[in-house]
Design a protein around this ligand. Sequence first.
Ligand code: FAD
Length: 478
Amino acid sequence: MTIAPPKSALPPLSPDLIARLTAIVGDKYAVTDASELAQYLTEERNLFQGRSPLVLRPASTAEVSAICKLATEHRIALVPQGGNTGLVGGQTPHNGEVVVSMRRMDKIREVDTASNTMTVEAGVVLQTIQQHASEADRLFPLSLGAEGSCTIGGNLSTNAGGTGALAFGVARDMALGLEVVLADGRILNGLSKLKKDNTGYDLRNLFIGAEGTLGIITAAVLKLFPKPRAVDTAIVGLKSPADALRLLAISQAEAAGGLTSFELLAEICVDMCVKHGLAVRDPLSERHPWYVLMEVSSSRDDAAGTVEVILGQGITDGIVEDAVIAASLQQRAAFWKLRETIPAAQKPEGGSIKHDISVPIAAVPAFIAEADAAVTKLVPGARPVAFGHLGDGNIHYNVSQPVTGTTPREFLDRWHEVNAVVFAIALRMSGSISAEHGIGVLKRDELPNVKDGTAIELMRGIKALLDPQGIMNPGKVL
Ligand code: FAD
């Protein structure tokens, strides 16, 4: 399957403009060689193949500003890129745009433990931020499977979620201030550490989740949180998503804000991970139709006690069939590996059509039941592989191809047909077609059908105001 935005209306790039853009970053940091360009043009899922004559690798906000100024003057289309781990084609240059790779802007500018903030450049890798926070005896709680390579600029631009959203919110909730270069090169200096600042419109939040269509984020002030003294992790076997929901209610009543993760996994996820050697072994002695991976964090050493109380209540109520609490850091890592490697375990199973929908938390069991029925009716033999952040109502509703009778290509060609069925159920339940990955090009054509018309008009107006020449990531989101 290939998905691309419509052809760009912007003029092709002349050799003179390539030379002028190159002069801004220096020859060494302007990539034109085909073999070097390749890493910026493809992505994780191989759904998109980009093309570009030039990747610029600026080292400073001033360089980004000079690039944008020239781009607006000469109508040069730009695609901001961070770690290139995005899953909706937002970071891919589909029409020969110039890529602005932010990975060289990778400085931690300041850690301020008194204010509980960290000021970072946009190209810092998420894991590096987590490590610096930990060294300062603090926690930066954004955590996702791609954390070893995604950048904070990309995380903010996609408003990334991840496994800590239940307690700490999404990327938007973890940013206090932003520095952004606008399409015309102006620098919006919003690197504020203030928690409270009621002086007009909230401009910062316009750029968070904008997927690079309104400006280039060059730096951010992030919130830091107290580092937990104890984290306890359990895997639980259950009969149904409805039981998982009941266990969530017990967990929240017992642990309150200390419940930092609550992930739901269908049995097929464990099957695939074990079959393909990606999880060490089944964490429980027998298979169960559903699993929950839960984590309780505490500023004292009492997290294990809380998990035991939760599981004890779950057993008494007939919800928990079996459970194990990680006895070591190694076992905890093995539980998380099981959760994080599900997409990789799906790869050898052929084509997979993915969704990152959300519905109100209470509707998750009904959503899964209805989507399973609808998808297998549409594609007999299709295998729903549902997992995700139950505590946020956000399910990665992936569908693996039937074992026999179809090729990956034939199955993936039905991507939009399967999407339509799944999205219709989520929308009927007042849900969203994207809880995490964003719109990019993958869901761009769908957006006007599912979003309020006035909201779309306002989005177009904001885009026209901030980027009148349409040079910022054209063809994405809108
Ligand atoms: P890129 O992929 O480079 O870019 C993503 C978008 O942001 C593009 O539209 C790009 O133009 C724009 N952009 C990048 N940097 C900037 C900048 N500095 N200024 C302006 N625009 C910019 N996502 C989740 O939300 N939750 C998950 O749990 C999760 N798990 C994942 C697991 C795996 C294995 C993988 C491969 C991906 C996962 N993702 C997840 C998706 C992805 O990692 C996130 O979207 C991430 O935030 C993207 O960061 P990036 O630096 O790679 O951005």
